[in-house]
Design a protein around this ligand. Structure first.
Ligand code: PLP
Length: 404
């Protein structure tokens, strides 16, 4: 079923060398590589079907529109949304959260109202709310975590007040790998009558996600982290919620009728999609979702789980190894430091061995402050990584450690 060599053959970049060494790509949390199926679909559309969508009567425009709307259906099915009206295409997770922060705060929040986030959020789930705090005087409440990287759910319950209007949390931490209990957290929020936005940037590529089963009010993710192209992403929102929100940007596509006296807006989801959408990107995203669906999200999750367990076990054997993130439920993201070796030095030297890892604060500075560190080295796995690559990482770290 899961033929790793066949899978790897779909990703030409994995065959290249870096500094004369075979590439070991372990920076999938930042972005994933693209299979031929995605790149060829993009090229094919540019070569054969390119025309602007939704506006032409001509053949090509209709074909491009059909492809674009079929991609919306592919996304709907992938996350099991009720309707394509609930699938808004954006530039990515960051734009999805900014869209929601702006429109939700504008229409649903007053000065002094509160949004609950967690210590382990990516900056893109902190700063958009802070911008709203500056403009509208809303406030952020923050769920703490224990040293293993589990959110404190008792404390979470105590953060709710009559001023709480939204909870916005990551499904999976991009630093600790923690898989947050979003289903229960959503149920808790709903018991207080509060909707929940889930940042799925690090979950969508690695596990099956069913937005109806989670009962998420909003769910966001990026195409490029799930083997699709850059510059395209998704905001899922329950129709009842999206209906309540005002448009985000003005322009073509998002209107029904424009006059200087009065403009009316388009129906969902187009109300939120001003201007020419990245219709080629949505095709690429749909082919990427087809690709992972063909492998099976359960199979990918099981494969990556086993690989992560192996990596954790091997890494823990290294003297001086400190792994950040020991939650029981964790994904294939491993943040670490070794002895007193600076994360940047470790990353740079691993790179000379052909091993691509991420170093730094990973856009989660409040989390770094909580951990009392400035940054980590982060290895993050994708569906094509292997035990041999984990072994190469371990050997690389041991070699660098000896140099210090
Ligand atoms: N949220 C999380 C948890 C992430 O890991 C990332 C990217 O690393 C983002 C949001 C932002 O994603 P993007 O840069 O694709 O908008």
């Amino acid at each position: 079923m899961y033929d790793i060599q066949q899978i790897r053959a779909d990703f030409p970049i994995l065959g290249r060398t870096v500094y004369g060494k075979p590439l070991v790509y372990l920076d999938n949390g930042a972005t994933t590589q693209k299979p031929r199926q995605v790149v060829e679909a993009i090229t094919n559309e540019y070569y054969n079907t390119n025309a602007n969508v939704h506006r032409g009567v001509h053949f090509l425009s209709q074909q491009a529109t059909e492809l674009h709307e079929a991609s919306r259906e592919t996304v709907r099915k992938f996350i099991n949304a009720r309707s394509t009206a609930e699938i808004v295409f954006t530039r990515g997770t960051t734009e999805s959260i900014n869209l929601l922060a702006a429109t939700f705060c504008q229409s649903q929040m007053q000065e002094g109202d509160e949004v609950i986030v967690s210590t382990m959020e990516h900056h893109s789930n902190i700063v958009p709310w802070q911008l709203q705090a500056m403009q509208r005087g809303i406030r952020l409440r923050v769920i703490s975590m224990d040293d293993a990287g589990n959110l404190l759910t008792d404390e979470y319950e105590r953060l709710f007040s009559p001023r709480t209007k939204l909870v916005s949390i990551a499904h999976v931490s991009n630093v600790l790998g923690t898989v947050n209990p979003v289903r229960q957290m959503i149920a808790t929020a709903h018991a207080h009558g509060v909707p929940v936005l889930v940042d799925g940037a690090q979950s969508i590529p690695h596990m099956p996600v069913d937005v109806q089963e989670l009962d998420a009010d909003f769910y966001v993710f990026s195409g490029h982290k799930v083997y699709g192209p850059t510059g395209v992403g998704v905001l899922y929102g329950k129709e009842a919620w999206l209906d309540k929100l005002p448009p985000y940007q003005g322009g073509g596509e998002m209107i029904q009728h424009v006059s200087f006296e009065r403009t009316t807006f388009n129906e969902l989801p187009f109300k939120f999609e001003a201007g020419t959408p990245d219709y080629i990107g949505t095709t690429g995203l749909a082919r990427a979702l087809d690709y992972v669906s063909a492998l099976g999200m359960d199979n990918i999750a099981a494969y990556e789980h086993e690989l992560t367990e192996y990596a954790l076990q091997r890494l823990e054997e290294i003297p001086g190894m400190r792994i950040f993130g020991q939650a029981k439920e964790r994904g294939g993201v491993i943040s670490f430091l070794v002895g007193h070796i600076h994360h940047f030095d470790m990353g740079t030297l691993l790179d000379r061995l052909g091993i691509a890892v991420r170093t730094g604060h990973h856009c989660a500075q409040p989390l770094m402050t909580r951990l009392g560190i400035e940054g980590t080295v982060r290895a993050s796995f994708g569906l094509y990584n292997t035990r041999e690559e984990v072994d190469a990482l371990v050997a690389g770290i041991e070699r660098v450690s000896k140099m210090f």
